[in-house]
Design a binder for this molecule. Structure first.
Ligand code: PHB
Length: 367
């Protein structure tokens, strides 16, 4: 029997990956409190999944203003850097490789999560019809409608870019193999990219070039900090409507962005179809294929894959690697299961967010 194409090794910048199976970034809301600090339980969870060719960490806030959900980890304090070191150590000792996903939620937040109880920041003062997950002063937490954001002043944008750079420096100091800039799923960078959420009249809004300016500045700053563009990736969700983002012409927007990214020498472009958030994604596959043609580098495809659809994606040349989210939550030994063609454990939807080991580190392996 010919070997499964997902199990063919691949080079990613300076890294040799033993397979093309990626663990997608997954919010699990299990950082230690106070301080949103990763701990030993998180280290165990990631180390259990070191069979992936590459792990991408859960979305991790680059600054306090970047938080939109209770108990998500950060990478802006020394304590967080020390916490993440336990994670990268355990993953590396288990034979794996891990990138950190750098996250700023922009308007997907609430004063209860913001320093000084301030309004969240966004490209424009337009409230999202979306939810975040707030923590009350007494420590209790619940879902809440996102708040009306404040539009960033033009003079503040350099500070946002600087926060990404500093977070990338912290991630590398914590032992990550690289970083992924989260520009998907309706968070800050996607809010700038998409025409509905970005009504700015300065050089960061209006034209296509202006809407893409912040994400490209962030990519340049992160590459300069990491000093090796092949350790920097980016995640995009063209046509995604999660978190109430809508772009008038995703083909135009994302084709332009990928043309600009062609010259950056990135580790990869990671394209995600957020099918778990609903939506029809009519025309997505066609758009994806045109982006694949536009972009000359490595691409990761993510979105509801089975072992069979993932293998076909590689065989057909549609992507170089495939990322699995829900499947990796429920199957710590997913790469081994794919190798032997074993069944997958079912996902327990009730333990996705928050809590402890249950539904986190206790999913059974085959052996
Ligand atoms: C979430 O916490 O719901 C979440 C976080 C990051 C994403 C998507 C969803 O990219």
């Amino acid at each position: 029997m010919p070997q499964n194409a997902l199990l063919k090794p691949v080079r990613l910048g300076p890294l040799d990956l033993p397979n093309r199976i990626v663990m997608a970034p997954l919010t699990r809301q299990r950082a230690l409190q106070p301080g949103n600090v990763p701990g030993p339980l998180n280290a165990e969870y990631y180390a259990q999944r070191a069979n992936a060719g590459l792990i991408i960490s859960e979305a991790t806030q680059i600054c306090p203003e970047g938080q939109g959900y209770a108990w998500t980890p950060g990478i802006h304090s020394q304590e967080q850097v020390e916490g993440w070191k336990q994670v990268t150590d355990r993953v590396h000792r288990a034979g794996g490789r891990i990138f950190m996903q750098l996250w700023h939620v922009g308007r997907i937040s609430h004063p209860l999560l913001q320093p000084g109880g301030a309004a969240p920041v966004a490209p424009s003062a337009i409230q999202a019809q979306a939810d975040c997950f707030v923590v009350e002063p007494d420590g209790s937490a619940h879902k809440a409608r996102t708040a009306m954001p404040r539009a960033l002043e033009t003079s503040e944008i350099a500070g946002v870019v600087e926060a990404y750079r500093a977070a990338a420096a912290n991630a590398m100091a914590a032992g990550f193999d690289g970083v992924e800039v989260h520009a998907a799923n309706g968070y800050l960078l996607d809010q700038f990219l998409c025409s509905d959420s970005n009504q700015r009249t300065d050089q960061y809004g209006g034209s296509l070039e202006n809407r893409a300016r912040l994400v490209l500045e962030v990519i340049d700053a992160v590459i300069a900090e990491v000093a090796d563009s092949s350790r920097v990736g980016i995640r995009l969700s063209p046509m995604g409507t999660f978190n109430d983002v809508h772009d008038a012409d995703p083909t135009e927007t994302f084709s332009y962005l990928l043309q600009q990214l062609n010259d950056k020498g990135l580790a990869y472009v990671h394209v995600n179809k957020p099918d778990w958030a609903g939506g029809t994604y009519e025309g997505f596959d066609e758009l994806y294929r045109s982006l694949r043609d536009t972009y000359s580098g490595t691409m990761i495809h993510c979105g509801g894959h089975t072992a069979e659809s993932a293998e076909a994606t590689i065989v057909n040349g549609e992507a170089d690697l495939v990322a699995f989210g829900r499947a990796y939550i429920a199957n710590p030994d997913l790469a081994e299961r794919i190798e032997v063609g074993a069944d997958w454990n079912a996902l327990d939807g009730s333990t996705l967010y928050g809590g402890g080991a249950k539904g986190y580190t206790d999913y059974p392996t085959m052996r």
